[in-house]
Design a protein around this ligand. Sequence first.
Ligand code: SIN
Ligand code: FE2
Length: 203
Amino acid sequence: MVNEGLRLVPGYLSRSAQENLVQEVEKVAESAPFYTPTMPRSGRPFSVRMTNAGPLGWVSDRSGYRYQAEHPESGEPWPGIPRAILDIWEDLSGFPAPPQCCLINRYGAANSKMGLHRDEDEEDFSAPVVSVSLGDTAVFRIGGAERRSPTSSFKLSSGDVLVLAGPSRMHYHGIDRVLNGTSTLIREGGRINLTLRRVTRPG
Ligand code: SIN
Ligand code: FE2
């Protein structure tokens, strides 16, 4: 399986950096609480809860996937992306402009997963996607440019960072499952994923 441009940085974050990020996520969630998004059309709930930081948040509901500046339940603007998260982007993205969205996915202790999808709601695909894993280990699956392309899977552990750049930026991917109890980072268990994305063209 060739995913050109895909880069896994195992153990990028020290334990204390991971603990700090969990605290930052808790702070974000105080002003922008996790909520349960629903699938377009069917209205079926996602198995992950979500919130966002940054000028634009990614949301999903019956009317579709989109970016918007406000939390869908409170109507408040999303909080800013914490400095420690921007630092990861600056170090690993190789992109000259900052991310506009930090989507925060919360995989609970029970059976959360993320179906195969492409990140394609952005205007600008030249910037990579930078994805940070915290908490329980996840089985990540990635294919190619077509939904039917062959796939392969590998594990993402707490503190790992994955960069989807080049062709892999547009490859189908998802989370098969989360391996409960594999990390002690998050008190309640489960997993947190931070997905950093550029939404509009810089300039
Ligand atoms: C996603 O691609 O939306 C989430 C990936 C992850 O949770 O690691
Ligand atoms: Fe994604």
